[in-house]
Design a protein. Structure first.
Length: 99
């Protein structure tokens, strides 16, 4: 079954005209237009909410990854400074031993 041809469209339009009358058709078209407009607004709103949610999750993951690498760096730095301090203490105690 293919697309509707010109004759089929003409028959459909005539049936709609007979069923609803010439006065009701513009009102129906206006109502359908408003309904389509509301649908488009709602779908755009939902899309934006989804985009915000996925964008927020991506940013949170980036922050978490950054904070994870920062904590590793700072803990490594803390370990290094502790090692430096203990080396200095060992040096001092060796100097005291030599005296």
């Amino acid at each position: 079954m293919g697309a509707l041809g010109g004759l089929e469209w003409l028959v459909i339009i005539l049936v709609v005209l007979l069923l609803f009358g010439a006065k009701k058709i513009p009102e129906l078209a206006k109502g359908m237009g408003q309904g389509i407009n509301e649908f488009r607004k709602a779908s755009a709103e939902i899309r934006s909410e989804i985009d915000k949610g996925t964008k927020g999750e991506a940013e949170a993951k980036k922050k978490q990854a950054k904070n994870g690498s920062d904590s590793k760096t700072s803990s490594d730095a803390g370990t290094a400074s502790e090692a430096d301090t203990s080396s200095e203490a060992d040096t001092t105690s060796d100097a005291d031993k030599e005296k």
